[in-house]
Design a protein around this ligand. Structure first.
Ligand code: UD1
Ligand code: MG
Length: 471
């Protein structure tokens, strides 16, 4: 059977009070409209057309050119939106799924349920509506059923009678129609209602008036939630996040406070890893088993090996090996490849660098654009000076190098294997393997300098101990 989908996404998103279309806002790391497209795809519907308005560029930017677009120049209601797809639907004989673009919680399961309902419905069934029981149905269109329990019509909140306002079964704005019947009904809707809009919901009453039946599939309200304002956006994000977190917990991940951790949809986490509050795991992040991700850590699009511990740190677009100790307050910037058993401690920043196993930079160090071997020790305050004012060029630091504290390694020097760098050096030329590089002025001790200075000022030098006793 030919299955097409029309997604309505031309609305102005007035209630969001934003310059962006509401359908490009992210929920769990994926734009709302992409959730809709993925659910359709997973339900087996590739043939998708998106009704777009003046913010179409943003939507095209998300979905690309594998789907079709139709411009609705003036937003005259959901019925008018679907009418714009008529040229796309004409001549088709199968079913059309209609979805709003603002419902990120829609799943392939929900869509499949509606398609299955068609299979088991009588032959004169014209449409299936996806509905839900809402605790608070305010704002939603209500499903009005007859004495026999069959759907008669949908009435928008603003057009409801007192009696209709009491109905808690709401229209999710997701439907499956027989394509020719949808087109026929769309041609007959008017805008004689409270909002002076062409309501898609009116097609239901029209089809029933024609003698067809309309079925309803009742789903969990959460699966039908739409995003109309920023409060609903926050609610949907929270529900989606809770679902993702519960999936990880069922898979053996320990999440200490599920209300204080945010995990994007594509993140993978191994068993017995513990995630502490304040942590955000984003993008295609993959965390191994037995890791400890402590408070306030953000890991974005990175791979973390088994047994690694990361505390109060930021890791972006990088790979970290097994059994590493990262943090607190470490910044691993994009493009790092860090091998196993590496330690990066407080106020260490690493950028686009390769770091070999067992290497340690425990405090106050910057490593940029560099290639670092295994078992290297960075003393406190080491800086790879990788910027010459124009280009970023890193250093090469070979295996077992020991760098004394407060040293500057100016690019693009090579520190040969097993060499030592004296503390406080500024190294500007290569250091051969197994040697000591000292790049600082020689220390001079001036004997009895303090006493002589005091005397020249006409003062008597007082020993420190005596001075203390004076105070
Ligand atoms: C709609 C339904 C209501 C349902 C609710 C569920 C109608 C008349 N009402 O109301 O029964 O309970 O959804 O969330 O259908 N859009 C266009 N062009 C337009 C107008 C809207 O593309 O001219 C798009 C919007 O971008 C949005 C979707 O259609 O993605 C729904 O529009 P919205 O304004 O959110 O409708 P609701 O008032 O929520
Ligand atoms: Mg809506």
């Amino acid at each position: 059977m030919e299955i097409s989908a029309v997604v309505m996404a031309a609305g102005k998103s007035t209630r969001m009070k934003s310059k962006h279309s509401k359908v490009v806002f992210q929920v769990s790391g994926k734009p709302i409209i992409q959730w809709v497209a993925d659910a359709l795809q997973e339900a087996g519907c590739q043939d998708q057309v998106y009704i777009v308005g003046e913010q179409q560029a943003e939507i095209r930017g998300v979905l690309g050119e594998n789907v079709a677009y139709v411009l609705q120049e003036e937003q005259r209601g959901t019925g008018h939106a679907v009418m714009q797809a008529a040229p796309f639907l004409e001549g088709r004989n199968g079913l059309t799924i209609v979805l709003p673009g603002d419902c990120p919680m829609v799943s392939a399961d929900t869509i499949k349920k509606a398609l299955d309902a068609f299979d088991s419905a009588e032959s004169n069934c014209a449409a299936i509506i996806i509905t839900a029981e809402a605790d608070d149905p305010t704002g939603y269109g209500r499903i009005i059923r007859g004495a026999d329990g069959n759907v008669i019509k949908i009435v928008e909140h603003k057009d409801c009678t007192e009696e209709e306002l009491k109905v808690r079964e709401i229209n999710s704005s997701m439907y499956v129609f027989k394509t020719p019947l949808l087109l026929s009904a769309l041609g007959r809707i008017g805008a004689n209602n409270a909002q002076k809009e062409y309501y898609l919901t009116d097609t239901i009453g029209i089809l029933i008036g024609d003698g067809y039946t309309v079925g309803a599939v009742v789903c969990d309200f959460d699966d039908t939630r739409g995003v109309n304002d920023r409060i609903q956006l926050a609610q949907v994000r929270q529900i989606m996040n809770r679902r993702i977190i519960e999936r990880h917990m069922r898979n053996g991940v320990e999440i200490v406070d599920p209300n204080a951790v945010w995990i994007h949809h594509a993140v993978e986490i191994g068993r017995d890893t513990v995630i502490f509050p304040g942590t955000t795991l984003m993008g295609n992040t993959n965390i191994g088993e037995d890791c400890i991700i402590s408070e306030n850590t953000r890991i974005d699009c990175s791979d973390i090996g088994d047994g690694t511990q990361i505390d109060n740190s930021i890791v972006v677009s990088s790979t970290i090996g097994k059994d590493c100790r990262i943090g607190p307050f470490t910044h691993v910037r994009a493009g790092c490849k860090i091998d196993d058993h590496v330690t990066l401690g407080a106020y260490v920043e690493v950028k686009e660098s390769i770091i070999g196993e067992y290497t340690r930079a425990r405090h106050l160090t910057y490593i940029g654009d560099s290639k670092v071997g295994r078992n290297v020790n960075f003393g406190c305050g080491t800086v790879t000076c990788n910027f010459d004012g124009q280009d970023k060029v890193g250093c090469t630091i070979e295996d077992n190098v020991f760098i004394g504290g407060n040293s500057n390694i100016v690019s693009a020097v090579v520190l040969g294997r097993d060499c030592y760098i004296a503390a406080g050096s500024t190294i500007t030329t290569d250091v051969p393997p197994l040697s000591l590089g000292i790049g600082r002025s020689k220390q001079v001790n001036k004997d009895k300098w303090v006493a002589e200075k005091s005397r020249s000022r006409g003062e008597n030098y007082i020993k420190l101990d005596d001075r203390r006793s004076e105070v």
